[in-house]
Structures are given as C-alpha cells and as structure tokens.
Design a protein around this ligand. Structure first.
Ligand code: ZN
Ligand code: ZN
Length: 231
C-alpha cells in the first residue's frame, strides 16, 4: 500500500497555507487550521475544499477532502500519472471502488467455486478507465476467470462518467443488473433514515447484485458444460 502512491509534482501536499487561517469547510466545525485538499485533476483543476485534521483524510501522507481521498484510493496505480486523475466532480471512480470492495468476498468465493482445474481467478486491485463502443468513458473493476489460453469469464462493476450514480454489473457480455445505491437515491431526495433502515437497504441492494451475478455465472457454466469446445 505504501508504494502504491508516488506524489507527482502537482500533488506534493502543498495545500498547507502558511500564515493564513483557513476555516474548516465542515458545517459546525470551528477549526481555523484547515488545509486545502491537495487534489488536482487531469485538467489541472484544484479542489477548493479545506478541512481540519479531524475532517480531512490523509492518504500516503497527503491530505485530501473525504471525497477526493476516496478517488485517489480508487484509482490506485493511476495516481502515479498526473493525467490519470479523474475530473474534480467525477464520483464514478470512488463509487465503483466502494461497491467492488463490498462485493469482493462474495464474487471471489463464487468464481473460486466455479473455476475448473487449470483455471484461476484474477482480481483488479483498483478501478480503471475504459470506453464503451460509443466511446463513452466509464470506470470499472473486474474479477476474471482465466486459463493459459486466456479469458474464460469476466465479472465487471462499472459506472459511466455521464451518470455517476448508476451502478452496472456485467457477466461476460450479459448486463445482469443495474441500480442506484439506496444511500445515493436518498441523498438525491434529501431523505434521512435511521441507521437500521440504512443497513437493511444496503443489504438488500447488495443481495440483489450478488444474486444476479451468481445466477449469470452459473448459467454461463451450465452452457459451457453442454458445449465445452464452443465458447
Ligand atoms: Zn473540521
Ligand atoms: Zn477535494
């Protein structure tokens, strides 16, 4: 983890403003020793949020607002490249990373169970930028079953740049599920719920994704059993 992120010249954590009192951007926080978020996107635009130590997140020794700490964490190795930083307002990378992290255990188990001898499971450690046939950008993370001749099956979670709250799940070429996570739907509507309801809505959402993924993987394997030579 420590070698993952090499600060680029534009991201040296120079959000420290010496001699100026910066107010923390979090409503209700009275701290005047906030630091500017160090995030700078691929177009050179800088985040203007400033947070105190308690309300910012430090990643690889550099201080970010919560949102951009999530972005930097999501893109992994891409953060070594100043051109790899997603646009300032793009929430897609961190959403994909978040969902993928929560689905990771169950997808690994599922693919591990269905892998045959000579096959292995490869998992993306961070999100990557891809383009659909219409050249629209999307952020994705995948789990793959491979053998020595190449790819057998790929499970992908992706979010497009043009709708960064809708999560899509693909198994092979089949779109098996999509949905707006309940916490994002609520934020849009300005709705608040009790913690227990939040937990059960999240569980339902993940169960919905998991069941569709598992159904599609098993269908794929059943087809493979009937026609082992013609994938
Ligand atoms: Zn604060
Ligand atoms: Zn920021």
């Amino acid at each position: 983890m420590t070698t993952l992120f090499q600060p680029s010249p534009q991201n040296t954590g120079n959000g420290v403003v010496v001699g100026t009192a910066l107010h923390c951007s979090l409503r209700g926080c009275t701290s005047t020793s906030a630091q500017l978020c160090a995030y700078r996107d691929r177009r050179g635009r800088q985040c203007h949020a400033a947070f105190c130590v308690a309300h910012s997140v430090s990643f690889a020794g550099i201080s970010y607002c919560r949102r951009h700490a999530g972005t930097v964490q999501a893109i992994g190795e891409l953060a070594k490249d100043p051109n790899g930083f997603p646009d300032l307002n793009d929430r897609a990378p961190s959403l994909v990373n978040w969902i993928a992290r929560d689905l990771d255990q169950s997808i690994r188990r599922l693919l591990g169970r269905t892998a045959r001898s000579g096959e292995s499971v490869i998992v993306d450690e961070s999100v990557r930028l891809a383009h659909d046939p219409a050249r629209k950008a999307r952020w994705e993370r995948s789990w793959r079953i491979v053998e020595h001749t190449g790819l057998i099956l790929k499970v992908t979670v992706h979010v497009s740049e043009d709708n960064d709250s809708l999560v899509h799940v693909r198994v092979g070429t089949e779109m098996v599920a999509d949905g707006v996570p309940p916490w994002i739907a609520r934020r849009r509507e300005g709705q608040e719920v009790e913690a227990a309801i939040d937990v059960s809505q999240r569980q339902l959402f993940y169960r919905f994704l998991e069941e569709n993924i598992s159904g599609a993987v098993l269908r794929f394997r059943a087809r493979g059993d009937r026609a082992p030579w013609g994938r």
